[in-house]
Design a protein around this ligand. Structure first.
Ligand code: ZN
Length: 96
């Protein structure tokens, strides 16, 4: 309850760990402030739409919540994880 030891992603940067099956793998945090945190809500700060993306818990594929679908590198889908050591297929290079 309350304090956790989960490594927290930066509030200012989206942390893309790499690519897996062609999808970007994004490091999320468990949101303990969110009212439904008991349901295991995972979030990350999106530097493209400048807001927090909120997803149900569980590692895996998600449809993007990006508001800037045309411009964002997250325009389609991504994989979310809270494991900083998630095994990716390859490194993610610089944002275009
Ligand atoms: Zn976004």
């Amino acid at each position: 309850m309350g304090v956790t030891n989960v490594k927290k992603p930066s509030k200012k940067k989206t942390i893309v760990l790499g690519l897996k099956d062609g999808f970007k793998v994004i490091l999320c945090e468990k949101d303990t402030n969110f009212e439904n945190s008991n349901l295991g809500v995972w979030t990350f700060y999106c530097e493209y739409c400048k807001r927090k993306h909120i997803h149900g818990h569980g590692e895996g594929h998600r449809a993007s919540h990006c508001l800037l679908n045309d411009k964002s590198v997250f325009k389609n889908d991504y994989i979310i994880t809270i494991n900083p050591n998630f095994k990716c297929d390859k490194k993610f290079e610089v944002f275009p």
